[in-house]
Design a protein around this ligand. Sequence first.
Ligand code: G6P
Ligand code: ZN
Length: 579
Amino acid sequence: SHSLSIKASSSSSSTAIAEPEGIKINTVPTKPIEGQKTGTSGLRKKVKVFMQENYLANWIQALFNSLSPEDYKNGLLVLGGDGRYFNKEASQIIIKIAAGNGVGKVLVGKEGIMSTPAVSAVIRKRKANGGFIMSASHNPGGPDYDWGIKFNYNSGQPAPESITDKIYGNTLSISQIKIADIPDIDLSRLGVTKYGNFIVEVVDPVSDYLELMEHVFDFELIRSLLSRPDFRFIFDAMHAVTGAYAKPIFVDKLGASLDSIANGVPLEDFGHGHPDPNLTYAKDLVNIMYSKNGPDFGAASDGDGDRNMILGRGFFVTPSDSVAIIAANSQGAIPYFKNGPKGLARSMPTSGALDRVAEKLNLPFFEVPTGWKFFGNLMDDGKLSICGEESFGTGSDHIREKDGIWAVLAWLSIIAHRNKDKKPGEKLVSVADVVKEHWATFGRNFFSRYDYEECESEGANKMIEYLRDSISKSKQGDKHGSYVLQYADDFKYTDPVDGSVVTKQGVRFVFTDGSRIIFRLSGTGSAGATVRMYIEQFEPDASKHEMDAQTALKPLIDLAFSLSKLKDFTGREQPTVIT
Ligand code: G6P
Ligand code: ZN
């Protein structure tokens, strides 16, 4: 295995230094490896790449080389992961290198498991210096699929580019790895093990997170709903990390029946699944929810537990509506927001449903570029409580990651709050009722996203160039059929807290009726270019709210094709995925 290869090379060619801490630290010579550049979602590659000699070890050592010693020496680091293939071997490598670099203590989830939101929560609660998350999020796992590693710093937030750029620089000049000569840790047993002054604590991955959830939500309220015989709930953990959380939280604490948890055992290959909670990859759940006499409430979460999908019986809640509805109902239903949320925010391509809530509640509102990291500064500055993205991410300032189970508990709280006085046999207010009432009050923002995956990069880049050129020629009042242009631009964002500026975050055409057409290239695709086209139209007229989104948006979708010449540039007639 990987750790063995490190041990083998250390015994032959390394020097052992006696450390005052009382553990032996080996210095293993290594060479730089190309291509270890991380985004803010960390380093993601095929697992076979990570299993090459020193591949992971180099990156971990480069990370320590990038931090100032006071940020980790004798400090506390958290280690978690989504349970995917290679996490157990990787845990041993990470723990030994952490010890080798003078970290005082590593707190690791049992079996190496801890969800992304839980790692963020544990870092904050335990005042850790940071933490590692072993996950490739919603990408498939197993010997032929993906692996990933991400570093979050002491606020519980993914490391900023200033750190990830440094790590990359150091991967190109690395010459040695410092690794402690300690035995493999038994990750299956809770408890503390000491090696000299270095401590490893294997913890229950659920307890700190659960404690936070009990602080945020009214568990009695949710329990009153989940224990009703006339309310049926299903949570699909997709054989991913929330499998470890679902039973302790939904069943043991909140009274849901055991059979309400589907695919509740985390598996290294997610049961051959693609752990992404959307209409395409969570098809089993969707079929159950759209079947005759299906459950009243369905939800799913992704590989590492930060994404969510919410469904009612025969009803899909689009993520852009979900965050708006949570925000609108938060004060009454969720104790954490009892004084009202401080502010609301969404990513630029996310629909404007949330804007209308902010306006009505008279709350500060922010539109940020795509990527959860842009919310963090606003939260740290006390400007933001609830935020979301169209890409199935919803969350709040209780941590610094999006949070799948939090979103499910938020929805359950809203439904429970609306039904708390309902007697047995009385008809309950459903998920669909809540959404439709929301539309009736605020208007409906029809929204759809078209994805064109694995396009030729050249054609995709040319299309974006073409669009940039056409926005520079556009002006207010330009007529496109019945749509009148308000403005067209390439989204630029100035962080209101630190003044930093990011440009070229998506080309958008905004019309006088509030309709929007947006194009951007995905920052997370792994092969070629993924073109995303986002279409949105506001409809105040309640008599039109029941329309199918694709039908309602058809004229705008056609306009988007003609504005972009998408089919000419990409050679694609049909999108890969429609959300
Ligand atoms: C990750 C980030 C999200 C972001 C998404 C965008 O999941 O955590 O915050 O919305 O990527 O992905 P894209 O492929 O559209 O760049
Ligand atoms: Zn994820």
